[in-house]
Design a protein around this ligand. Sequence first.
Ligand code: OGA
Ligand code: FE
Length: 283
Amino acid sequence: MAARPQTVLHSGSVQAELRYVIDTGAKPRTYISPQHSGQPSRRVDTVDIREMRIHDAWPLAGEASLDREGFELHQQESQVCDFHDDEEVERVHYPEIEGLIRRATGAARVSIFDHTRRSAGDRRPGVRDPVRSVHNDYTPKSGPQRVRDLFPEEAEGLLKRRFAVVNAWHSIRERVESHPLAVCDARSIAPKDLLATDLVYEDRVGEVFNLAHNPEHQWFYFPGIEQNQTILLKCFDSAVDGRARFTAHTAFDDPETVDGAPPRESIELRALVFFDDGPSTGG
Ligand code: OGA
Ligand code: FE
């Protein structure tokens, strides 16, 4: 079981600013392609910065579950030598994380379809900034669309059964000492908080949820999380039977970060997770 690293001295919650959006009634658009790089990534007037309490998640580490809170933590060693090497990540790490997700969920089939490295300090190509706004990666529209995009031949059959999108997130240096990832207990998110936003790429339009503020949101993070501790995060579930479907998350500035702490460097892998346990129940 993954446990709180010995090096993390503080415990308890912190107070930090999180970036939400205001529901204006209009559907926001975010432009991703280089061609649109002159466009503002989001209309400034819709940003809603709120001070929120972010609880220490270590006491929950053994209990939190993908189907209830929408996230869970696993101890996961890796044979990868260089997380900046795409070829090695795809050859070595994809199977490691596919195995982890299969064991954690009991899924019949797990297929990782992309990975993203993030750092607040590393300007190398292929390294993106942490995401400093509260969001969930998929919606009831874009979750099934991802299956159609990636498995055009099989999609009809696959969409008849339950499936999910799960992210696996971990540090690729030592422990996280700045810009940690906060995750929101899925049970504290109301349907009205989820605001669909177009993500306009050169060749397709994706859809994510940005979130409107709700004082009920219960936020958590794992201070000092180590490289071999992986957060699994549910970003979509086709089942509408009460289990977690959307788990909002965001990077934030941790007030406990000490001066000169190295920037967080992380990788997240996204997986389609297919189940044998009954038909898809909508979504
Ligand atoms: C993700 C994500 C943001 C970050 O893993 O889906 O939004 O800053 N990550 O790591
Ligand atoms: Fe995300």
